[in-house]
Design a protein around this ligand. Sequence first.
Ligand code: URA
Length: 260
Amino acid sequence: MSLTRERLLEEIGIKPLWKLRKPAGADAAELPAAEASAGAAAAAAAAQPLSTPAEAAGPVSEMGWPQLRDAVGACQRCGLCAERKQAVLGVGDEQADWLFIGEGPGAEEDARGEPFVGPAGQLLDAMLAAIDLQRGNNVYIANAVKCRPPGNRTPEANEIDVCRPWLQRQIALLRPKLIVLLGKVAMHAVLNEDSALGASRGKRFEYRDGDLVVPVIVTYHPAYLLRNLPDKAKAWEDLCLARRLMREQQAGSRLPVGAH
Ligand code: URA
């Protein structure tokens, strides 16, 4: 039996916290003025060569999905490879408009080879459902680091740095219309931003790589939300912002050539 969205939100205790309190369409109000383009700096900082045996096939920037999957699966660039069961590249629609990026695999993700399949993943699925999205359907889910940090500790800066080229290649292959960063580690990996997450919410950032310019927003990590229920209301605001930016992106991409 498939759950309706209402039932799904009730089931995992999100309702009524995520009920839209503004009138319909209010999420299309003015975007907060702040805007940033730290993505360019992050992209430049991370453009370092990789050198594991699996990359003998060629530079990361020329890899397709199969080469990328093989290279990440064999990666030994940091100590996380020692204890992983498997590297977890990502899951979903490789033509997706939506890209959600988390922190790194936990125990269940390490065992199953898919991101966000534990309790935080159930909440992420409910967050997706709240804006009429579904894992695998126009949605791709990845992590900042591809291997499980022992004991689910936070990945260290050097681990995020050496894993960044894989994530950058995923973004280049996907060419998503919007990136949603789940938590501080993803924010550091993609935007090179270390400010408090609360201060970065509600802003439109940009990820830039060559001709690719993708709007980015930041929200709370689902695992954090499981421990801090009141912040689900803020996460709902962030999802409304994401939905509005996506509508703008989709409308923009339908404009005839030459229209501004
Ligand atoms: N948390 C994450 O950030 N990623 C996962 O894949 C699972 C839990």
